[in-house]
Write a protein that binds this ligand. Structure first.
Ligand SMILES: NC(=O)c1ccc[n+]([C@@H]2O[C@H](COP(=O)([O-])OP(=O)(O)OC[C@H]3O[C@@H](n4cnc5c(N)ncnc54)[C@H](O)[C@@H]3O)[C@@H](O)[C@H]2O)c1
Length: 352
């Protein structure tokens, strides 16, 4: 199968590329390497069939990439609220305009299947257990752009196969390592300082291993069908932030949790997620536990496979600030982006 991974040089994409090429697929990665990290595609993506350095908001580049592909997967964009609030216009262009432009290009090129990487963050805060039929409750720009993209793509891909993957928060080892998501960050902190700062920690959050996401993507790609939404993770991998800290504490001997009060600016996301649909469709999906992912990252830091975990290259937010400061990335305000920005602006405040 000929697969195009848009944003495939990132944390998830580099793992997915390896997995898909191991299965014999032809994988073209399109990525603009938007973070200032000195990324070397040959090192990050040694098995990729092709690499194209392009901006995922460029309709011509998207059209060229989609031509001849069996499936286009969008996993580019800005991840998480702190990155999105730095520049809301840029966030809308990367997280909403880009996936829509890519779907338009895929449709025009006759691509059979489009896969969009969304997030369980769309659920925001919810008392009970959320599943794919629960109404989204986006709490910020990141989740709003994901919800709007999901809705627009559903209309756009009418009559074509569309799969939306709402991922839990990802942990584990990747060639393009991120240490800025909750479990990886706590693990790196535990090894570097022997301490895990924990403020409050009652919010519930589902987690999933990066390799399991790649496995789910491979299964979804080989069984396309209609319009589908999957929460990606496993029921037993729902944790509170405090439970994540305790898992890290156990996996890294000699570590202590420094517990403090909840901070005012705390991330308000809080939900328990059902992954029953994924488990019923792909039995055995997402078998890796949080403890296994934590150990994997801890081993890499201890073995010095990862340099100083405090380096900015492991933190997308720092990378984005650097890229914005030196003009490597900016809001384009192109005609296409402006057209799509209007969709975002038209979402009623109450639904944002
Ligand atoms: N990592 C997580 O915990 C997590 C959780 C839920 C959902 N997701 C979703 O999964 C997807 C991948 O996440 P990730 O952690 O691999 O992110 P990442 O930041 O590591 O990778 C994204 C890649 O996209 C590229 N990119 C972004 N905008 C671009 C543009 N306009 N032009 C060219 N390249 C561009 C970046 O250079 C980067 O290599 C995202 O859509 C994210 O929202 C991730």
């Amino acid at each position: 199968m000929r697969i195009v991974l848009l944003g495939g040089a990132g944390y998830l994409g580099t793992v997915a590329t390896r997995h898909l090429t191991d299965l014999g697929h032809h994988v073209t990665v399109v990525d603009g390497l938007i973070y200032q990290r000195g990324d070397n595609p040959a090192r990050l993506l040694p098995t990729a069939s092709a690499f194209v350095n392009a901006d995922l908001r460029d309709p011509d580049a998207l059209r060229r990439a989609a031509t001849g592909a069996d499936a286009v997967v969008h996993l580019g964009g800005l991840v998480g609220e702190p990155a999105c609030v730095l520049d809301e216009t840029l966030a809308v262009e990367l997280n909403y305009a880009s996936p829509v432009l890519a779907a338009e290009a895929a449709r025009a090129a006759g691509v059979e299947h489009y896969v969009f990487f969304s997030s369980c963050s769309v659920y925001g805060s919810h008392q009970g257990t959320v599943d794919e039929d629960t109404a989204p409750n986006p709490l910020g720009i990141y989740a709003r752009t994901k919800v709007l993209a999901e809705r627009t793509l559903a209309g756009l891909m009418d009559g074509h196969a569309l799969s939306v993957l709402r991922l839990a928060t990802v942990h584990g080892r990747s060639p393009r390592q991120r240490l800025d998501s909750v479990a990886n960050r706590m693990t790196a902190q535990a090894i570097a300082t022997g301490r895990i700062p924990l403020n409050g920690g009652g919010q519930r959050r589902p987690l999933v291993h990066v390799g399991d996401v790649a496995g789910v993507l491979a299964q979804v790609l080989t069984t396309p069908g209609g319009h589908r939404i999957f929460n990606v993770g496993a029921d037993r991998e729902n944790y509170t932030i405090a439970e994540i800290a305790r898992t890290v504490e156990k996996a890294v001997p000699g570590t202590r949790i420094d517990a403090g009060p909840e901070r005012d600016e705390a991330d308000a996301r809080d939900y328990r997620t059902s992954f029953a649909r994924l488990a019923a469709t792909f039995p055995g999906a997402c078998p890796t536990t949080l403890a296994q992912g934590v150990r994997e990252v801890a081993n890499a830091v201890e073995a010095k496979e990862l340099d100083d975990p405090d380096l900015p290259e492991y933190d997308n937010l720092v990378g984005l600030k650097n890229s914005l400061a030196d003009g490597r990335i900016r809001a384009l305000r192109s005609e296409d982006c402006t057209r799509l920005h209007a969709d975002y602006a038209n979402v009623p405040r109450s639904e944002r």
